[in-house]
Design a protein around this ligand. Structure first.
Ligand code: BES
Ligand code: MN
Ligand code: ZN
Length: 504
Protein backbone atom coordinates (compact mmCIF):
# COMPACT_ATOMS: atom_id res chain seq x y z
CA UNK A 1 0.00 0.00 0.00
CA UNK A 2 1.17 3.49 -0.80
CA UNK A 3 2.62 5.32 2.19
CA UNK A 4 0.11 8.06 3.04
CA UNK A 5 1.48 10.91 5.13
CA UNK A 6 0.39 14.23 6.54
CA UNK A 7 2.44 17.32 5.81
CA UNK A 8 2.00 20.69 7.44
CA UNK A 9 2.69 23.59 5.13
CA UNK A 10 1.77 25.26 1.86
CA UNK A 11 1.13 23.00 -1.14
CA UNK A 12 3.06 25.29 -3.51
CA UNK A 13 6.19 24.74 -1.42
CA UNK A 14 6.03 20.96 -1.29
CA UNK A 15 8.79 18.93 -2.85
CA UNK A 16 7.02 16.15 -4.70
CA UNK A 17 6.90 14.88 -8.28
CA UNK A 18 3.34 16.12 -8.57
CA UNK A 19 1.08 18.44 -6.60
CA UNK A 20 -2.70 18.24 -6.86
CA UNK A 21 -5.09 21.18 -6.60
CA UNK A 22 -8.75 21.55 -7.51
CA UNK A 23 -11.30 23.87 -9.05
CA UNK A 24 -15.07 24.18 -9.02
CA UNK A 25 -16.90 24.47 -12.30
CA UNK A 26 -17.27 28.04 -13.48
CA UNK A 27 -14.61 29.57 -11.23
CA UNK A 28 -12.53 32.12 -13.18
CA UNK A 29 -10.10 33.22 -10.48
CA UNK A 30 -8.98 30.43 -8.18
CA UNK A 31 -8.68 31.12 -4.46
CA UNK A 32 -7.34 29.16 -1.49
CA UNK A 33 -4.59 26.64 -2.10
CA UNK A 34 -5.28 26.56 -5.84
CA UNK A 35 -4.92 30.35 -5.92
CA UNK A 36 -1.65 30.14 -4.03
CA UNK A 37 -0.26 27.63 -6.52
CA UNK A 38 -1.52 29.77 -9.40
CA UNK A 39 0.34 32.76 -8.05
CA UNK A 40 3.51 30.76 -7.47
CA UNK A 41 3.55 29.54 -11.07
CA UNK A 42 2.89 32.93 -12.60
CA UNK A 43 -0.87 32.72 -13.19
CA UNK A 44 -0.70 29.64 -15.37
CA UNK A 45 -3.87 28.17 -13.89
CA UNK A 46 -5.83 31.38 -14.55
CA UNK A 47 -4.57 31.33 -18.13
CA UNK A 48 -5.63 27.74 -18.65
CA UNK A 49 -9.09 28.62 -17.36
CA UNK A 50 -9.24 31.65 -19.67
CA UNK A 51 -8.28 29.51 -22.64
CA UNK A 52 -11.44 27.48 -22.02
CA UNK A 53 -9.50 24.22 -21.98
CA UNK A 54 -10.30 23.54 -18.33
CA UNK A 55 -13.79 24.16 -17.02
CA UNK A 56 -13.69 22.40 -13.65
CA UNK A 57 -16.06 19.62 -14.72
CA UNK A 58 -16.18 16.84 -12.14
CA UNK A 59 -13.15 14.54 -12.44
CA UNK A 60 -11.74 16.38 -15.46
CA UNK A 61 -7.99 16.92 -15.24
CA UNK A 62 -5.27 19.07 -16.73
CA UNK A 63 -1.57 18.62 -16.21
CA UNK A 64 0.65 21.71 -16.01
CA UNK A 65 4.44 21.93 -15.95
CA UNK A 66 6.01 24.43 -13.58
CA UNK A 67 9.43 24.96 -15.19
CA UNK A 68 11.20 25.47 -11.88
CA UNK A 69 8.87 28.15 -10.53
CA UNK A 70 7.99 25.82 -7.64
CA UNK A 71 9.78 22.75 -6.34
CA UNK A 72 7.27 20.34 -7.80
CA UNK A 73 7.73 19.90 -11.56
CA UNK A 74 4.04 19.14 -12.22
CA UNK A 75 0.64 20.39 -11.12
CA UNK A 76 -2.49 18.32 -11.59
CA UNK A 77 -5.59 20.45 -11.77
CA UNK A 78 -8.73 18.46 -11.08
CA UNK A 79 -12.36 19.49 -11.42
CA UNK A 80 -14.78 19.37 -8.48
CA UNK A 81 -17.82 19.90 -10.68
CA UNK A 82 -20.81 22.06 -9.81
CA UNK A 83 -20.79 23.52 -6.33
CA UNK A 84 -24.49 22.67 -5.81
CA UNK A 85 -23.81 18.99 -6.47
CA UNK A 86 -20.66 18.81 -4.40
CA UNK A 87 -20.56 16.38 -1.48
CA UNK A 88 -18.35 13.99 0.43
CA UNK A 89 -18.65 11.35 -2.31
CA UNK A 90 -17.24 13.80 -4.84
CA UNK A 91 -14.25 14.37 -2.55
CA UNK A 92 -13.57 10.65 -2.40
CA UNK A 93 -13.83 10.29 -6.19
CA UNK A 94 -11.64 13.32 -6.87
CA UNK A 95 -8.94 12.03 -4.52
CA UNK A 96 -9.11 8.60 -6.14
CA UNK A 97 -8.87 10.12 -9.62
CA UNK A 98 -5.77 12.10 -8.61
CA UNK A 99 -4.14 8.92 -7.28
CA UNK A 100 -4.88 7.17 -10.58
CA UNK A 101 -3.44 10.01 -12.62
CA UNK A 102 -0.30 9.88 -10.45
CA UNK A 103 -0.08 6.16 -11.16
CA UNK A 104 -0.48 6.71 -14.90
CA UNK A 105 2.27 9.32 -14.88
CA UNK A 106 4.55 6.93 -13.05
CA UNK A 107 5.58 9.51 -10.43
CA UNK A 108 7.15 8.31 -7.18
CA UNK A 109 5.61 10.93 -4.89
CA UNK A 110 2.61 13.22 -5.05
CA UNK A 111 0.96 15.68 -2.73
CA UNK A 112 -2.65 16.78 -2.51
CA UNK A 113 -4.65 19.27 -0.52
CA UNK A 114 -7.78 18.22 1.36
CA UNK A 115 -10.55 18.56 -1.21
CA UNK A 116 -13.69 20.39 -0.12
CA UNK A 117 -12.43 21.73 3.19
CA UNK A 118 -12.10 25.30 1.93
CA UNK A 119 -14.43 26.67 -0.73
CA UNK A 120 -16.34 23.38 -0.68
CA UNK A 121 -17.64 24.20 2.77
CA UNK A 122 -17.55 20.62 4.05
CA UNK A 123 -16.67 19.72 7.61
CA UNK A 124 -12.88 19.52 7.63
CA UNK A 125 -12.76 16.18 9.42
CA UNK A 126 -15.11 14.56 6.89
CA UNK A 127 -13.32 16.13 3.94
CA UNK A 128 -9.95 15.01 5.29
CA UNK A 129 -11.19 11.47 5.79
CA UNK A 130 -12.74 11.28 2.33
CA UNK A 131 -9.56 12.64 0.73
CA UNK A 132 -7.44 10.05 2.52
CA UNK A 133 -9.80 7.17 1.82
CA UNK A 134 -10.26 8.12 -1.82
CA UNK A 135 -6.52 8.38 -2.34
CA UNK A 136 -5.96 4.87 -0.98
CA UNK A 137 -8.91 3.26 -2.78
CA UNK A 138 -7.82 4.84 -6.07
CA UNK A 139 -4.17 3.88 -5.63
CA UNK A 140 -4.94 0.17 -5.38
CA UNK A 141 -3.59 -2.21 -7.95
CA UNK A 142 -3.65 -5.95 -7.97
CA UNK A 143 -0.16 -7.38 -8.20
CA UNK A 144 -0.71 -9.79 -11.05
CA UNK A 145 1.68 -12.63 -11.75
CA UNK A 146 3.08 -11.38 -15.00
CA UNK A 147 6.18 -9.72 -16.30
CA UNK A 148 5.77 -5.96 -16.16
CA UNK A 149 6.23 -4.75 -19.73
CA UNK A 150 8.30 -1.71 -18.83
CA UNK A 151 9.73 -0.41 -15.59
CA UNK A 152 6.46 1.18 -14.53
CA UNK A 153 6.73 1.82 -10.84
CA UNK A 154 3.87 2.72 -8.57
CA UNK A 155 3.91 5.89 -6.48
CA UNK A 156 5.54 5.18 -3.13
CA UNK A 157 4.40 8.11 -1.06
CA UNK A 158 1.41 10.42 -1.07
CA UNK A 159 1.20 13.51 1.11
CA UNK A 160 -1.91 15.26 2.27
CA UNK A 161 -0.86 18.83 2.81
CA UNK A 162 -2.57 21.23 5.19
CA UNK A 163 -1.63 24.84 5.81
CA UNK A 164 -3.71 25.45 8.93
CA UNK A 165 -1.79 24.11 11.91
CA UNK A 166 -4.90 23.70 14.05
CA UNK A 167 -6.23 21.15 11.52
CA UNK A 168 -3.21 18.86 11.58
CA UNK A 169 -4.28 16.66 14.45
CA UNK A 170 -7.69 15.99 12.91
CA UNK A 171 -6.02 15.24 9.58
CA UNK A 172 -3.57 12.84 11.21
CA UNK A 173 -6.35 10.81 12.78
CA UNK A 174 -8.40 10.84 9.57
CA UNK A 175 -5.43 9.44 7.68
CA UNK A 176 -4.86 6.78 10.29
CA UNK A 177 -8.48 5.68 10.11
CA UNK A 178 -8.45 5.63 6.31
CA UNK A 179 -5.35 3.43 6.30
CA UNK A 180 -7.05 0.93 8.62
CA UNK A 181 -10.17 0.78 6.49
CA UNK A 182 -8.20 0.56 3.24
CA UNK A 183 -6.15 -2.35 4.57
CA UNK A 184 -9.39 -4.27 4.96
CA UNK A 185 -10.60 -3.31 1.49
CA UNK A 186 -7.23 -4.17 -0.08
CA UNK A 187 -7.27 -7.60 1.53
CA UNK A 188 -10.75 -8.28 0.17
CA UNK A 189 -9.87 -7.05 -3.32
CA UNK A 190 -6.72 -9.16 -3.39
CA UNK A 191 -8.56 -12.29 -2.27
CA UNK A 192 -11.29 -11.86 -4.89
CA UNK A 193 -8.85 -11.04 -7.67
CA UNK A 194 -6.62 -14.02 -6.94
CA UNK A 195 -7.09 -16.98 -9.29
CA UNK A 196 -9.32 -19.74 -7.94
CA UNK A 197 -6.50 -22.28 -7.94
CA UNK A 198 -4.71 -20.09 -5.41
CA UNK A 199 -7.60 -18.70 -3.35
CA UNK A 200 -8.85 -22.13 -2.21
CA UNK A 201 -10.74 -22.89 1.02
CA UNK A 202 -7.38 -23.83 2.56
CA UNK A 203 -5.92 -20.50 1.50
CA UNK A 204 -8.81 -18.54 3.02
CA UNK A 205 -8.28 -20.48 6.24
CA UNK A 206 -4.59 -19.56 6.17
CA UNK A 207 -5.46 -15.90 5.71
CA UNK A 208 -7.80 -16.10 8.72
CA UNK A 209 -5.08 -17.76 10.77
CA UNK A 210 -2.60 -15.10 9.74
CA UNK A 211 -4.99 -12.40 10.99
CA UNK A 212 -5.11 -14.28 14.32
CA UNK A 213 -1.31 -14.14 14.55
CA UNK A 214 -1.14 -10.51 13.48
CA UNK A 215 -3.74 -9.03 15.85
CA UNK A 216 -4.02 -9.67 19.56
CA UNK A 217 -7.80 -9.32 19.57
CA UNK A 218 -8.42 -11.70 16.66
CA UNK A 219 -9.03 -15.38 17.32
CA UNK A 220 -9.46 -17.88 14.52
CA UNK A 221 -10.80 -21.43 14.61
CA UNK A 222 -10.78 -23.51 11.45
CA UNK A 223 -13.07 -26.51 11.19
CA UNK A 224 -12.65 -29.37 8.72
CA UNK A 225 -15.13 -31.83 7.24
CA UNK A 226 -15.16 -34.07 10.31
CA UNK A 227 -15.96 -31.12 12.56
CA UNK A 228 -18.66 -29.99 10.18
CA UNK A 229 -20.19 -33.46 10.26
CA UNK A 230 -20.35 -33.23 14.04
CA UNK A 231 -22.12 -29.89 13.76
CA UNK A 232 -24.59 -31.54 11.37
CA UNK A 233 -23.79 -29.19 8.51
CA UNK A 234 -25.25 -31.47 5.85
CA UNK A 235 -26.15 -28.68 3.43
CA UNK A 236 -22.66 -27.14 3.36
CA UNK A 237 -21.06 -30.60 3.14
CA UNK A 238 -23.28 -31.55 0.18
CA UNK A 239 -21.91 -28.65 -1.83
CA UNK A 240 -18.34 -29.57 -0.88
CA UNK A 241 -18.52 -33.27 -1.64
CA UNK A 242 -17.81 -32.92 -5.36
CA UNK A 243 -14.48 -31.22 -4.84
CA UNK A 244 -11.10 -32.92 -4.47
CA UNK A 245 -9.99 -29.98 -2.32
CA UNK A 246 -11.77 -30.08 1.05
CA UNK A 247 -13.97 -27.32 2.50
CA UNK A 248 -13.25 -25.19 5.55
CA UNK A 249 -15.62 -23.62 8.01
CA UNK A 250 -13.81 -20.62 9.47
CA UNK A 251 -14.81 -18.84 12.66
CA UNK A 252 -12.86 -15.63 13.08
CA UNK A 253 -13.60 -13.51 16.09
CA UNK A 254 -12.62 -9.93 16.79
CA UNK A 255 -12.94 -9.15 20.46
CA UNK A 256 -12.85 -5.38 20.78
CA UNK A 257 -15.34 -5.56 23.64
CA UNK A 258 -15.96 -8.25 26.19
CA UNK A 259 -19.24 -9.48 27.67
CA UNK A 260 -21.19 -8.14 24.76
CA UNK A 261 -23.35 -10.12 22.40
CA UNK A 262 -21.48 -10.40 19.12
CA UNK A 263 -22.36 -8.99 15.76
CA UNK A 264 -22.18 -12.00 13.46
CA UNK A 265 -20.97 -11.47 9.91
CA UNK A 266 -21.43 -14.47 7.64
CA UNK A 267 -19.85 -14.73 4.20
CA UNK A 268 -20.42 -16.99 1.21
CA UNK A 269 -17.03 -18.37 0.31
CA UNK A 270 -17.52 -20.40 -2.88
CA UNK A 271 -13.94 -20.35 -4.13
CA UNK A 272 -15.20 -21.28 -7.57
CA UNK A 273 -18.77 -21.88 -8.71
CA UNK A 274 -18.98 -24.20 -11.71
CA UNK A 275 -22.65 -24.77 -10.93
CA UNK A 276 -21.84 -28.40 -10.07
CA UNK A 277 -23.87 -31.04 -11.93
CA UNK A 278 -26.25 -28.21 -12.90
CA UNK A 279 -23.25 -26.91 -14.81
CA UNK A 280 -23.02 -23.25 -15.76
CA UNK A 281 -22.41 -22.24 -19.39
CA UNK A 282 -18.70 -21.77 -20.07
CA UNK A 283 -19.07 -18.19 -21.29
CA UNK A 284 -17.64 -15.94 -18.57
CA UNK A 285 -17.49 -18.80 -16.12
CA UNK A 286 -14.03 -17.64 -15.04
CA UNK A 287 -15.65 -14.77 -13.20
CA UNK A 288 -17.12 -17.23 -10.74
CA UNK A 289 -13.83 -16.94 -8.89
CA UNK A 290 -15.52 -13.93 -7.29
CA UNK A 291 -18.11 -16.18 -5.67
CA UNK A 292 -16.13 -15.96 -2.43
CA UNK A 293 -16.53 -12.18 -2.21
CA UNK A 294 -18.84 -12.50 0.81
CA UNK A 295 -16.05 -14.32 2.63
CA UNK A 296 -13.65 -11.58 1.58
CA UNK A 297 -15.98 -8.95 3.08
CA UNK A 298 -15.93 -10.83 6.38
CA UNK A 299 -12.13 -11.20 6.47
CA UNK A 300 -11.55 -7.63 5.31
CA UNK A 301 -13.94 -6.23 7.90
CA UNK A 302 -12.25 -8.16 10.70
CA UNK A 303 -8.88 -6.87 9.55
CA UNK A 304 -10.10 -3.27 9.43
CA UNK A 305 -11.83 -3.58 12.82
CA UNK A 306 -8.59 -4.86 14.33
CA UNK A 307 -6.54 -2.12 12.66
CA UNK A 308 -8.94 0.52 13.99
CA UNK A 309 -9.22 -1.15 17.38
CA UNK A 310 -13.01 -0.77 17.30
CA UNK A 311 -14.80 -1.23 20.63
CA UNK A 312 -17.14 -3.95 19.37
CA UNK A 313 -17.34 -7.72 19.24
CA UNK A 314 -17.61 -9.39 15.85
CA UNK A 315 -17.79 -13.08 15.04
CA UNK A 316 -17.04 -13.72 11.39
CA UNK A 317 -18.26 -16.96 9.80
CA UNK A 318 -16.85 -18.08 6.48
CA UNK A 319 -18.14 -21.07 4.54
CA UNK A 320 -15.36 -21.90 2.12
CA UNK A 321 -15.68 -24.56 -0.58
CA UNK A 322 -15.52 -25.13 -4.31
CA UNK A 323 -18.71 -26.09 -6.12
CA UNK A 324 -17.52 -28.78 -8.55
CA UNK A 325 -19.10 -31.56 -10.61
CA UNK A 326 -17.50 -34.98 -10.23
CA UNK A 327 -18.35 -38.61 -9.52
CA UNK A 328 -19.00 -37.82 -5.88
CA UNK A 329 -20.81 -34.55 -6.45
CA UNK A 330 -24.27 -33.93 -5.02
CA UNK A 331 -27.15 -34.22 -7.46
CA UNK A 332 -30.45 -32.52 -8.22
CA UNK A 333 -33.02 -34.60 -6.35
CA UNK A 334 -30.77 -35.23 -3.36
CA UNK A 335 -32.24 -34.43 0.02
CA UNK A 336 -29.85 -33.01 2.61
CA UNK A 337 -30.23 -31.86 6.21
CA UNK A 338 -28.96 -28.53 7.52
CA UNK A 339 -27.60 -27.97 11.02
CA UNK A 340 -30.94 -26.68 12.34
CA UNK A 341 -32.61 -29.97 11.32
CA UNK A 342 -34.47 -28.73 8.26
CA UNK A 343 -34.33 -30.95 5.19
CA UNK A 344 -33.70 -29.51 1.74
CA UNK A 345 -34.47 -30.98 -1.65
CA UNK A 346 -31.83 -30.03 -4.18
CA UNK A 347 -33.41 -28.69 -7.36
CA UNK A 348 -30.28 -27.07 -8.72
CA UNK A 349 -26.73 -27.72 -7.58
CA UNK A 350 -26.06 -24.19 -8.83
CA UNK A 351 -28.10 -22.77 -5.95
CA UNK A 352 -25.20 -23.71 -3.67
CA UNK A 353 -24.51 -20.45 -1.86
CA UNK A 354 -27.75 -20.61 0.10
CA UNK A 355 -26.91 -24.18 1.19
CA UNK A 356 -23.58 -23.08 2.65
CA UNK A 357 -25.21 -20.05 4.26
CA UNK A 358 -28.01 -22.21 5.68
CA UNK A 359 -25.46 -23.93 7.88
CA UNK A 360 -23.58 -20.74 8.78
CA UNK A 361 -26.82 -19.02 9.78
CA UNK A 362 -27.94 -22.09 11.75
CA UNK A 363 -24.60 -22.07 13.54
CA UNK A 364 -24.94 -18.36 14.35
CA UNK A 365 -28.51 -18.81 15.61
CA UNK A 366 -27.88 -21.96 17.63
CA UNK A 367 -24.45 -21.26 19.10
CA UNK A 368 -23.64 -17.58 19.25
CA UNK A 369 -26.57 -15.63 20.81
CA UNK A 370 -25.94 -12.84 18.34
CA UNK A 371 -26.82 -9.20 18.80
CA UNK A 372 -27.51 -9.30 15.09
CA UNK A 373 -26.52 -11.20 11.97
CA UNK A 374 -25.51 -9.74 8.63
CA UNK A 375 -24.60 -12.01 5.75
CA UNK A 376 -22.84 -11.08 2.53
CA UNK A 377 -23.15 -13.24 -0.55
CA UNK A 378 -22.84 -13.13 -4.32
CA UNK A 379 -26.04 -15.08 -4.11
CA UNK A 380 -28.12 -14.59 -7.24
CA UNK A 381 -27.92 -13.52 -10.84
CA UNK A 382 -31.52 -12.44 -10.31
CA UNK A 383 -30.34 -9.66 -8.02
CA UNK A 384 -28.28 -8.29 -10.90
CA UNK A 385 -31.31 -8.51 -13.18
CA UNK A 386 -33.29 -6.53 -10.61
CA UNK A 387 -30.77 -3.89 -9.56
CA UNK A 388 -27.94 -3.96 -12.09
CA UNK A 389 -24.22 -4.18 -11.50
CA UNK A 390 -23.76 -1.31 -9.07
CA UNK A 391 -26.46 -1.79 -6.46
CA UNK A 392 -26.56 -4.47 -3.79
CA UNK A 393 -29.84 -6.00 -2.62
CA UNK A 394 -30.80 -5.57 1.03
CA UNK A 395 -33.19 -7.93 2.75
CA UNK A 396 -34.28 -7.43 6.35
CA UNK A 397 -37.40 -7.27 8.49
CA UNK A 398 -35.70 -5.08 11.07
CA UNK A 399 -36.41 -1.36 10.61
CA UNK A 400 -33.52 -0.21 12.74
CA UNK A 401 -30.99 -2.36 10.94
CA UNK A 402 -32.38 -1.25 7.60
CA UNK A 403 -32.01 2.41 8.53
CA UNK A 404 -28.49 1.94 9.80
CA UNK A 405 -27.40 0.19 6.62
CA UNK A 406 -29.13 2.65 4.31
CA UNK A 407 -27.62 5.59 6.15
CA UNK A 408 -24.19 4.00 5.97
CA UNK A 409 -24.69 3.37 2.26
CA UNK A 410 -25.40 7.04 1.58
CA UNK A 411 -22.28 8.00 3.48
CA UNK A 412 -19.85 5.49 1.98
CA UNK A 413 -21.22 5.73 -1.55
CA UNK A 414 -21.83 1.98 -1.78
CA UNK A 415 -25.34 1.82 -3.24
CA UNK A 416 -27.90 -0.57 -1.77
CA UNK A 417 -31.64 -1.01 -2.26
CA UNK A 418 -34.11 -2.90 -0.14
CA UNK A 419 -36.05 -5.74 -1.71
CA UNK A 420 -38.94 -7.37 0.13
CA UNK A 421 -38.91 -10.61 2.08
CA UNK A 422 -42.36 -11.11 0.57
CA UNK A 423 -44.03 -13.90 2.54
CA UNK A 424 -46.32 -15.26 -0.19
CA UNK A 425 -43.32 -16.33 -2.22
CA UNK A 426 -42.34 -18.77 0.53
CA UNK A 427 -44.81 -21.07 -1.26
CA UNK A 428 -42.41 -21.29 -4.17
CA UNK A 429 -39.94 -23.14 -1.95
CA UNK A 430 -42.40 -25.87 -0.95
CA UNK A 431 -41.17 -29.38 -1.67
CA UNK A 432 -42.91 -32.76 -1.90
CA UNK A 433 -39.79 -34.48 -0.61
CA UNK A 434 -38.32 -32.23 2.08
CA UNK A 435 -39.04 -29.20 4.28
CA UNK A 436 -38.11 -26.93 1.43
CA UNK A 437 -36.32 -26.91 -1.90
CA UNK A 438 -33.25 -24.89 -2.79
CA UNK A 439 -34.67 -23.10 -5.80
CA UNK A 440 -37.91 -21.20 -6.17
CA UNK A 441 -37.75 -21.03 -9.94
CA UNK A 442 -37.20 -18.17 -12.29
CA UNK A 443 -39.24 -15.28 -10.92
CA UNK A 444 -38.07 -13.11 -8.05
CA UNK A 445 -34.97 -15.24 -7.70
CA UNK A 446 -33.23 -12.84 -5.34
CA UNK A 447 -36.26 -12.75 -3.05
CA UNK A 448 -36.83 -16.51 -2.93
CA UNK A 449 -33.14 -16.97 -2.17
CA UNK A 450 -33.44 -14.54 0.75
CA UNK A 451 -36.61 -16.30 1.95
CA UNK A 452 -34.68 -19.56 1.84
CA UNK A 453 -31.98 -18.09 4.11
CA UNK A 454 -34.60 -16.78 6.53
CA UNK A 455 -35.54 -20.40 7.32
CA UNK A 456 -32.22 -20.79 9.10
CA UNK A 457 -32.27 -17.65 11.20
CA UNK A 458 -34.17 -17.37 14.46
CA UNK A 459 -33.94 -13.63 15.02
CA UNK A 460 -35.42 -10.64 13.20
CA UNK A 461 -32.14 -8.81 13.77
CA UNK A 462 -30.83 -10.22 10.53
CA UNK A 463 -29.92 -8.64 7.21
CA UNK A 464 -28.94 -10.40 4.02
CA UNK A 465 -26.92 -8.41 1.50
CA UNK A 466 -26.76 -9.80 -2.04
CA UNK A 467 -23.55 -8.39 -3.53
CA UNK A 468 -23.64 -10.34 -6.82
CA UNK A 469 -23.57 -7.09 -8.85
CA UNK A 470 -21.28 -4.57 -7.16
CA UNK A 471 -18.59 -7.01 -6.09
CA UNK A 472 -16.96 -7.01 -9.51
CA UNK A 473 -16.30 -4.27 -12.04
CA UNK A 474 -15.77 -5.35 -15.63
CA UNK A 475 -13.04 -3.65 -17.62
CA UNK A 476 -14.72 -1.16 -19.96
CA UNK A 477 -17.68 -0.58 -17.66
CA UNK A 478 -18.19 3.18 -17.08
CA UNK A 479 -15.16 4.52 -15.27
CA UNK A 480 -15.20 5.11 -11.55
CA UNK A 481 -11.83 5.99 -10.03
CA UNK A 482 -12.79 4.43 -6.71
CA UNK A 483 -13.47 1.09 -8.34
CA UNK A 484 -10.64 -0.16 -10.52
CA UNK A 485 -11.57 -3.07 -12.83
CA UNK A 486 -11.88 -6.40 -11.02
CA UNK A 487 -12.70 -6.82 -7.35
CA UNK A 488 -14.21 -3.74 -5.71
CA UNK A 489 -14.21 -4.68 -2.02
CA UNK A 490 -17.86 -3.61 -1.87
CA UNK A 491 -19.44 -3.94 1.57
CA UNK A 492 -16.57 -3.47 3.98
CA UNK A 493 -16.81 0.28 4.32
CA UNK A 494 -20.59 -0.07 4.41
CA UNK A 495 -20.68 -2.49 7.32
CA UNK A 496 -17.93 -0.69 9.21
CA UNK A 497 -19.92 2.53 8.98
CA UNK A 498 -23.14 0.79 10.02
CA UNK A 499 -21.35 -0.71 13.01
CA UNK A 500 -19.95 2.66 14.07
CA UNK A 501 -23.29 3.55 15.56
CA UNK A 502 -22.96 0.54 17.84
CA UNK A 503 -19.82 1.78 19.54
CA UNK A 504 -20.27 2.23 23.27
N1 BES B 1 -22.91 -17.44 -7.64
C1 BES B 1 -24.15 -17.53 -8.32
C2 BES B 1 -24.85 -16.18 -8.45
C3 BES B 1 -24.24 -15.22 -9.45
C4 BES B 1 -24.48 -15.37 -10.80
C5 BES B 1 -23.49 -14.15 -9.00
C6 BES B 1 -23.93 -14.47 -11.70
C7 BES B 1 -22.96 -13.24 -9.91
C8 BES B 1 -23.18 -13.41 -11.25
C9 BES B 1 -25.10 -18.46 -7.58
O1 BES B 1 -24.50 -19.53 -6.94
C10 BES B 1 -26.03 -19.02 -8.58
O2 BES B 1 -25.59 -19.73 -9.43
N2 BES B 1 -27.33 -18.70 -8.44
C11 BES B 1 -28.31 -19.15 -9.35
C12 BES B 1 -29.49 -19.63 -8.55
C13 BES B 1 -30.50 -20.43 -9.32
C14 BES B 1 -29.89 -21.74 -9.77
C15 BES B 1 -31.69 -20.69 -8.43
C16 BES B 1 -28.69 -18.00 -10.26
O3 BES B 1 -28.72 -16.85 -9.80
O4 BES B 1 -28.92 -18.24 -11.44
MN1 MN C 1 -24.24 -21.20 -8.21
ZN1 ZN D 1 -22.58 -19.22 -6.36
Amino acid sequence: MIDLKVLEGAIQEVEADLIVVNLFEGVKTPGGATGAVDKAIGGLITRVIESGDFKGKKLSTTLLYTFGRVKAPRVLLIGLGKKEEFDINTVREVAAKAAQEAKKLGVRTFATIVHGGGAGGLDFKEAAYATAEGTLLGAYSYKAEKKQSEEKKEPETAFIVEFNKSNIEVLESAVKKAIGVAKGVYLARDLVNLPPNVASPLYLAEVAEKLDKEYKKVKTTVYNEKDMEKFGMGAFLAVAQGSAIPPRFIVIEYEGAKNKKPVVLAGKGITFDTGGISLKPSQDMWKMKFDMAGAAVVLGTIKAAAELNLPIRIVGLVGATYNMPDGNAYRPGDVVKAMNGKTIEIISTDAEGRLVLADLLSYASMKLEPEMIVDFATLTGACIVALGLEIAGLFTDDEELKEKIEKASKYTGEPIWQLPLYKNYRELLKSDFADLKNSGGRWAGAITAALFLKEFVDTDKWAHIDIAGPTWRDRGYPENPLLPPGATGYGIRLILKALEGMEA
